[in-house]
Design a protein around this ligand. Structure first.
Ligand code: MTE
Length: 316
């Protein structure tokens, strides 16, 4: 558990709506000053940002209607910019996604700092419309643009000892005012087993709606793992490490009884404080019925075999 946490924030609050309000009040006192220093940015009404060149991967896309740009870029979790859903859109303009590089380390033949352009250059961009299911029991449908994670990782030539891949987010309080608030043990960290990372559905995203990623969505490079709860999809990645041992992840460290390493979407395993059986589709309207949550977020046919023999109630 992180040591320097203000006593009134419970680490386990990856927050369902009913607790936003109290946390917001606390943060207004503790961190409001730091966040208020950033200039609030008006929310964009429609797609904006540099246009990308990509082809649609229809085979790997859901036929569900994507959420509106305003929802995808205005309702976010990116605690480095605050814990309210509207904070990232408001404050993430201080992030400087260009130039950007990623440091590769650990059990791989290719190591060291690699400019983002070089990391991505050989790969064609594709669009994939994926469901995103947040652990807070809401969901969205997002048209991502990116490259298969497996293609990038293979070029880094993991050694035979590499069993996991760890990802780390930028840790610069000058660009990310929320880092001054110890809600999590920064920097934000996530990881996958190497066979999960090599699965064709895992995407390294650089854009959405055909444009470069808005800062609040994790510019310039983020992970998208559609069969896992959204917190696995780490934003603004600056490190990729190949490891022999299971890496520590931010939410698991903050509240191990609530957030596991696997975090596969599983309607049969409730969060200790709320049910995971159903979800609220963002933008569907206040009176829209909740929809059932599907095992592996609807991707069971493709990914369930990764976990054969693993007790998913214990390995949540
Ligand atoms: N990555 C970082 N670095 N910091 C975060 O707070 N939040 C996670 C994930 N990646 C988070 C992060 C959570 S809880 C979710 S649901 C998704 O980002 C949300 O992605 P979106 O805002 O693009 O929809």
């Amino acid at each position: 558990m992180p040591r320097h946490r203000p006593p009134s924030i419970r680490p386990s609050e990856i927050t369902p709506p009913e607790v936003y309000a109290s946390r917001r009040r606390f943060l207004a006192g503790a961190a409001g000053l730091a966040l208020a220093a950033a200039v609030p940015r008006a929310r964009a009404e429609g797609p904006e940002g540099a246009v990308l060149d990509y082809r649609r991967n229809a085979a790997l896309s859901t036929s569900e209607t994507p959420n509106r740009w305003e929802d995808v870029t205005g309702y976010n979790n990116f605690y480095e910019f605050g814990t309210d859903k509207s904070d990232p859109a408001r404050y993430a303009s201080t992030l400087r996604p260009k130039p950007w590089s990623v440091v590769v380390g650990g059990e791989a033949e290719v190591r060291g700092r690699i400019a983002l352009e070089d990391l991505l250059k050989p790969h064609a961009l594709e669009e994939r419309i994926y469901r995103l299911r947040c652990v807070e029991a809401w969901s969205m449908v997002i048209p991502w643009v990116g490259v298969p994670l497996a293609e990038v990782l293979k070029r880094l030539k993991p050694t035979s000892r590499a069993r996991y891949v760890a990802f780390t987010t930028l840790n610069d309080p000058a660009q990310m005012p929320g880092l001054r608030v110890p809600v999590l043990d920064w920097p934000y960290a996530e990881g996958l087993r190497i066979d999960e990372a090599m699965h064709p559905l895992a995407l390294l995203a650089v854009g959405l709606y055909g444009r470069v990623l808005p800062n609040q969505n994790g510019a310039p490079l983020r992970l998208v793992v559609p069969w896992k709860y959204g917190f696995k999809s780490i934003k603004s990645i600056v490190r990729i490490d190949f490891t022999e041992r299971m890496p520590a992840t931010s939410w698991n460290r903050a509240a191990p009884e609530e957030y596991g390493f696997y975090a596969n979407v599983n309607p049969a395993v409730d969060h200790p404080r709320w049910s995971q059986k159903t979800e609220r589709r963002i933008g569907a309207g206040l009176f829209a019925p909740r929809q059932p949550t599907l095992p592996f977020n609807g991707y069971a046919e493709q990914v369930a075999s990764l976990y054969s023999g693993l007790d998913l109630r214990r390995n949540f």
